[in-house]
Design a protein around this ligand. Structure first.
Ligand code: IPM
Ligand code: MG
Length: 388
């Protein structure tokens, strides 16, 4: 197939890790006979330095017409002093999410067989299995609500608006994802059919248990959470009663994630809670360098990025783990391009590479081998992909 992919390396470790994911996409194209047209575009602080804008018009326009977008990371100390609305995080990342209508953020977290040692949790907890999917609402809540600072600078407020419509559409994605994970390895319909990505495809291993959605809120305190809970409950009763639904307060969810993560299948939550819980989920699986994400809307052209940031402390050293970005590219193949076999091949190449003991420094704990560099990891994974 032919596909147009917008490549946005961005800042910090972004260019290093994206280069490895591009290597893997090239290997996929070679092995499966596809034609991926990859257009590299400036974004974030790097774009600010060259064009005076963290999200140049040309970058946005190319993203709007691409079949999918692969993003590294944006931001860094160099641009921290910019006015809030010009900063890379607000202008580029939140800007892309909002302008492209990417309201559903899928963040799968699982422990890879070869990496159980890297999890900070006790063996007994890890052995019960960790394989969950966080569905985070991505274009509402405090991130996009009205913000104010008093004239004297000494008081401030951020509002957290949510509408029933916003809750319904992301809740549908979570229930559909739970169903698809429960269906096992064969999705009910081909992934990517009609390019309607808001019904996500299976990610990773399907759990043996019945599908379950845990909706996370703070309904004992917040009015938006009460609306969230009512809306999810009503949707479940009318359209998804085959899926198990439970509600959980966010503080309890944070605790259960370290106490017994095996109890979770799909976690559905609002923007800010999802940001926090997904960092926590990444740590229990071993490293934040392993977690990919897909941001989907109603239209074509999802955005795929690792959940970690630009990591300026290790940028340019060639030691960042590119796996989260490579797995994000696999999610892109699955969700936006309808290439499930290719996505499985990338997942397998990552798994084989880890099984062979290849480790970047963040996941080297308990491993006999010396840590490899970012590009050595990319070479190993694309090599494994071309061999199998
Ligand atoms: C993430 C990041 C972003 C977020 C930041 C960089 C604005 O932490 O994608 O999780 O909070 O959404
Ligand atoms: Mg985050």
């Amino acid at each position: 197939m032919k596909a147009k992919i917008a490549i946005l390396p961005g800042d910090g470790v972004g260019p290093e890790i994206v280069a490895e994911a591009v290597k893997v996409l090239d290997a996929v194209a070679r092995r499966f006979g596809h034609d991926f047209e990859m257009m590299e575009l400036p974004v974030g602080g790097a774009a600010y330095d060259t064009c005076g804008d963290c999200l140049p018009e040309t970058t946005l326009a190319a993203c709007q017409t691409a079949d999918a977008i692969l993003l590294g990371a944006v931001g860094g100390p160099k641009w921290d002093a910019l006015p809030p609305e010009k900063r890379p995080e607000r202008r580029a990342l939140l800007g892309l999410r909002a302008k492209l209508g990417l309201f559903a953020n899928l963040r799968p977290a699982k422990v890879w067989d070869a990496l159980t040692e890297a999890s900070p949790l006790k063996n007994g907890i890890v052995a019960r299995g960790i394989d969950l999917l966080i569905v985070r609402e991505l274009t509402g809540g405090a991130y996009f609500g009205e913000k104010r600072r008093a004239a004297d600078g000494k008081s401030a407020c951020d509002t957290t608006p949510y509408s029933e419509r916003e809750i319904l559409r992301v809740a549908r994605v979570a229930f559909a994802a739970a169903r698809t994970r429960g269906e096992g390895r064969a999705p009910a319909r081909p992934c990517g059919e009609g390019r309607a990505p808001a019904r996500p495809c299976r990610e990773g291993r399907a759990p043996a248990r019945p599908p379950k959605v845990t909706s996370v809120d703070k309904a004992n305190v917040l009015e938006t959470s009460r609306l969230w809970r009512e809306t999810v409950t009503a949707l479940h009763a009318s359209e998804y009663s085959d899926v198990e639904l439970e509600h959980m307060y966010v503080d309890n969810a944070a605790m259960q994630l370290v106490r017994d993560p095996s109890r979770f299948d799909v976690i559905l939550t609002e923007n800010m809670f999802g940001d926090i819980l997904s960092d926590e989920a990444s740590q229990i699986t071993g490293s934040i360098g392993m977690l990919p994400s897909a941001s989907l809307g109603d239209a074509r052209g999802g955005l795929y990025e690792p959940i970690h940031g630009s990591a300026p402390d290790i940028a340019g050293k060639g030691i960042a783990n590119p796996i989260a970005t490579i797995l994000s590219a696999a999610m892109m193949l699955r969700h936006s391009l309808g290439l499930a076999a290719e996505a499985d091949a990338v997942d397998r190449a990552v798994s084989d590479t880890l099984a062979a003991g290849v480790r970047t420094q963040d996941i080297a704990l308990g491993n006999d081998h010396a840590a490899v560099s970012t590009s050595e990891m990319g070479n190993a994974i694309s090599g494994a992909l071309l061999r199998t």
